[in-house]
Design a protein around this ligand. Structure first.
Ligand code: F6R
Length: 259
């Protein structure tokens, strides 16, 4: 069962997640960190930057990227990660890897899986979740064993992401995404979600049946998962009271660096 931590807001969640990352960094400074984009992880990146950790040996692997955008396009995930993660934390672009970099799209999936293995595997993967339960760009129906590959974005996701572009037509049709099987191979997962619009997806991911209909439910197949949510995103959890009780009464030695 995932460790579910319910906090007041995104800033508090960022503090807890940054604490977990700092703990991992203490254990092995050459951490391989899986990084997500979107608005959810930003409070974690900010809280981590405040701690001024030594990230000189860290390598980051992105969850996903659009197909066909120039790396310097303001909405390419290469650029978003440079802006939101690399710059505040002092991680140069050369140590932020993305699927599709320097290879033909047809070879991108296998090349990315190889690069992750060569780096020693992802130690800790940060995840957000979509309102339909997607993680990465693995939309409902994605195989729970899938690896990094090219996917066609759903019309819904293109419409959701159109707010970042001049028009819907500018949103790419295709993306590269780590698969659900790739995510399962990371040694630890930290899933964050905020706001009532995520409540259904979080309840399904944490407590619902494991199903490709709700890709986030893949976390239930992983032995080391921490879910950090605000009260609104926790609103549909059947066992919310237990999660609060367990977090308040955790053993003193557990997750001590996170607070
Ligand atoms: C981001 C990603 C997506 C987002 C999800 C939530 O790399 O893969 O799965 O995590 O769409 O987006 P936000 O955080 O903007 O609500």
């Amino acid at each position: 069962m995932a460790e579910v931590i319910i906090v007041d807001d995104a800033d508090a969640a960022g503090q807890v997640a940054a604490g977990l990352i700092a703990l991992e960094l203490d254990r092995h400074p050459a951490l391989v960190l899986g990084v997500a984009t979107g608005s959810t992880p930003n409070s974690t990146y900010r809280a981590l930057a405040e701690r001024r950790p030594d990230l000189s040996q860290l390598t980051a692997f992105a969850l996903d990227e659009y197909v066909g955008l120039e790396p310097r396009h303001p909405q390419s995930y290469a650029e978003v990660l440079r802006r939101e993660f690399g710059e505040p934390l002092g991680v140069p672009a050369s140590r932020i890897r993305l699927p599709g970099q320097g290879v033909a799209p047809v070879d991108a999936g296998a090349a990315y899986e190889r690069a992750i293995v060569e780096a020693g595997g992802i130690d800790l993967q940060i995840l957000g979740i979509g309102t339909d339960g997607h993680v990465g760009f693995n939309e409902p129906g994605s195989s729970l064993a899938s690896l990094t590959r090219v996917k066609t974005l759903t019309e819904q996701t293109r419409a959701d992401n159109a707010r970042f572009f001049d028009s819907l037509d500018d949103v790419p049709l295709h993306c590269f995404t780590q698969g659900l099987g790739t995510i399962r191979r990371a040694r630890a997962l930290v899933l964050l979600a905020f706001g009532a619009e995520k409540a259904e997806a979080i309840a399904g991911a944490v407590e619902g049946p494991v199903s490709s209909s709700l890709p986030g439910s893949v976390i239930q197949l992983h032995p080391n998962v921490t879910v950090i949510v605000d009260e609104a995103a926790a609103g549909r959890l059947a066992n919310g009271d237990y999660y609060r009780y367990a977090w308040q009464n955790r053993p003193e030695w557990a997750i001590d660096a996170s607070l």
